[in-house]
Design a protein around this ligand. Structure first.
Ligand code: SF4
Ligand code: SF4
Ligand code: FES
Length: 253
């Protein structure tokens, strides 16, 4: 059976750490998570790594593979150059707990600050709602998010500026906010939140978040850019008046 080298980040007691090489057998169909599990089983039983579904759906196994944020369970070994060591490191943007496991709890704190959906009054005499299918289709994409936080990891605004964690929600939450702002039933005004607390102005649309999303969500084109446009629109008194006449719908459709 073929062998490959995995250069994996190991924490050291008392802080710090180093990359350590492990050579292990590899076979057809394996993904990086399989290799990490084999190293755990055969050589390093104390190697910490977080995973759950092994199907790209739980968002737990996020790491940096050869410097790129990816899901370990969805990165096939045949997509990597196994003539070189495969470097497996924890996400750098979040505090390290141990080895490949990081503390992503900051993201859940941000999520709690976002106002939940606030339904407008029913628009039919029987107390039900009418919605356009296209309005639902437009936000459906955002619900595919598995909260792997790879987009948060790669975003330079968060990664390079620890202070921005207090003033910037990040791409995962921009698509959540976009989904709420475009929702045909929602009546809440999150404009001040999106501008101030979520700090959308700090995003300079580099699209790095879109490039790493394992769910292929068009984070920037379909989420962030329309959200930025809405924030700009909300200054326009004519747009505001038109929306009032159209029955408080926020999407102007
Ligand atoms: S497009 Fe914006 S949110 Fe996405 S990575 Fe770039 S700066 Fe961050
Ligand atoms: S938007 Fe994509 S990359 Fe970001 S947390 Fe959701 S699934 Fe992960
Ligand atoms: S183990 Fe669930 S996404 Fe990888």
């Amino acid at each position: 059976m073929a062998q490959a080298t995995f250069r994996i980040w190991r924490s050291q007691p008392g802080g710090g750490g180093a990359l350590q090489d492990y050579q292990t057998e590899v076979s057809e169909g394996m993904v990086v998570l399989d290799a990490v599990h084999r190293v755990q089983a055969e050589q390093a039983p104390d190697l910490a790594c977080r995973w759950n579904c092994k199907a790209g759906k739980c968002g737990s196994c996020s790491a940096e593979i050869n410097g790129r944020p990816r899901l370990m369970c969805m990165t096939r070994l045949n997509s990597l150059n196994l003539n070189e060591p495969v470097i497996v490191e924890p996400m750098r943007t979040f505090p390290l707990i141990k080895d490949l496991v990081t503390d992503v709890s900051w993201n859940f704190k941000v999520k709690k600050t976002i106002r939940k959906i606030t339904p407008r009054a029913p628009d039919a005499p029987d107390g039900t709602y009418r919605m356009m299918q296209e309005d639902i289709d437009r936000i459906q994409e955002f619900h595919k998010c598995i909260e792997c936080f790879l987009c948060q990891d790669v975003c330079h605004v968060i990664r390079d500026h620890e202070a921005h964690k207090k003033a910037f929600a990040g791409p995962r939450f921009f698509i959540k906010l976009a989904g709420l702002e475009m929702h045909p039933l929602d009546a809440a005004d999150r404009t001040p939140f999106v501008r101030r607390e979520a700090g959308i102005g700090l995003c300079n649309i580099t699209k790095c978040c879109t490039e790493v999303c394992p769910e292929h969500i068009h984070i920037t084109d379909n989420g962030i850019i329309p959200l930025k446009e809405r924030m700009a629109d909300s200054f326009d008194p004519i747009v505001w008046l038109l929306r009032r006449f159209r029955g408080m719908r926020k999407d102007g459709a």
